[in-house]
Design a protein around this ligand. Structure first.
Ligand code: SF4
Length: 387
């Protein structure tokens, strides 16, 4: 295990209208208590789960670290320092680790970016979402497009290299047109960053935006409109030299997110913080997403783990296919055949004929046309493989 995710569940005063992540408004005393609980969780985990390394007086050495939320940069500078000091106390880093932190454009100035760089953060992921003020309002974001431009410039001035700056964008926003999405993509490309994520807006139950759609106040794009926006991104980013290495992720060659690749390749990872997920030695578990309970348990030296499950052979096979096919590199046919005991090429033949999947160099992967239709393709492929 050499990947760690840390969840910081604090955001600005008001939640974005589409958000169903575990996050609450930032408060100083609450966040202090949370950081202490997080530090306790790290030391308990280091003692319990990695006792073998501990005996040898070694700490687990991380290849990737991802601090997400919430809005980790909602923490004050001193609190971020405290968080990194807890991490360093309990973990070592391998040479040249990828250490990413999510940044909300409304919460990061020069001081925080410099501090992050000094703390060992190698990569920032900035939640731009759109360069249209109207779309940012529809999403209920608290930053403006100018704040997003400033955040990228400030990160760069603080010393983050362009290739290590990633930005998140959202398409399929009610009211978004091909023209406005094109302008957002043009603005994103003009920034010269090394990584762009483009996620389709999904309506989560009980979010204000889903209520507005249900009431008819907002209209979500039809499937074919969303598909057009998807292909516009694919075409513009591809033309600019970005590799479409995962359904929603584009990177200049060599700047893919190693942390996220580890998820899709079913590598092990440890999640720390409320609502964080872990996957180690074939077991998946999740921490409680109740922030108060998370802190109460850790204050009593109890790990806040819920929902532990050992994957069945069937679940492992499903994950192998649906996670692996999300990536450009796809899945190894020989590994698939030994897992399924079935002829993978035969099961995939129809999709290859239809142009949705491709076989090359012993691997099965989605084509340009297949990526956006992956969920349905995976279901049919798994059925063909007897699941
Ligand atoms: S910044 Fe992210 S986590 Fe916070 S409310 Fe908005 S979408 Fe949710």
């Amino acid at each position: 295990m050499d990947s760690v995710y840390v969840h910081v569940p604090f955001c600005l005063a008001k939640k974005c209208l589409y958000c169903d992540f575990v996050s609450v408004p930032y408060g100083r005393s609450l966040s202090e208590r949370y950081l202490s609980a997080l530090s306790k969780e790290m030391s308990l985990i280091a003692a319990e789960k990695f006792a073998a390394e501990k005996e040898k007086e070694n700490k687990t050495a991380l290849r990737t670290l991802f601090i997400g939320g919430g809005t980790p940069t909602a923490l004050e500078a001193g609190q971020l320092e405290k968080l990194f000091s807890s991490i360093r106390k309990n973990f070592d880093f391998q040479p040249g680790p990828e250490a990413t932190i999510e940044v909300n454009p409304a919460t990061a100035g020069p001081e925080k970016f410099r501090l992050l760089l000094e703390a060992g953060v190698s990569r920032v992921s900035i939640g731009v979402q759109s360069f249209s003020g109207t779309e940012l309002d529809t999403l209920g974001r608290l930053h403006s497009s100018q704040d997003a431009l400033n955040a990228v410039r400030t990160a760069r001035e603080a010393g983050f290299e362009d290739k290590n700056i990633s930005i998140d964008l959202i398409y399929g926003i009610p009211g978004q047109t091909a023209g406005s999405w094109r302008r957002t993509l043009e603005a994103a490309l003009a920034l010269g960053v090394g990584h762009i994520s483009a996620y389709e807006l999904t309506l989560e139950d009980n979010t204000p935006i889903s209520g507005l759609v249900k009431s008819g106040a907002l209209r979500m794009p039809e499937e074919d409109e969303a598909l057009r926006l998807y292909f516009l991104a694919e075409q513009m980013l591809g033309k600019a030299g970005f590799v479409h290495y995962e359904v929603s992720n584009y990177a200049l060659s060599g700047h893919e997110s190693l942390h996220n690749m580890n998820y899709w390749q079913r590598g092990e990872y440890l999640g720390l913080g409320a609502a964080a997920h872990s996957f180690i030695e074939g077991k998946r578990w999740k921490n409680t997403d109740d922030i108060s309970r998370y802190m109460d348990l850790l204050e009593k030296d109890i790990l806040p783990v819920e929902e532990v499950c050992k994957l069945t052979a069937e679940e492992e096979k499903r994950e192998f296919v649906f996670l692996g096919l999300r990536t450009l590199e796809g899945i190894s046919i020989s590994t698939g055949e030994s897992l399924f005991g079935a002829d993978m090429e035969r099961a995939a033949r129809q999709f290859v004929k239809e142009g949705f999947l491709e076989i090359s160099k012993g691997r099965l992967h989605a084509t340009r046309a297949g990526f956006p239709l992956l969920d349905g393709i995976v279901l049919r492929l798994l059925a063909g493989l007897g699941l």
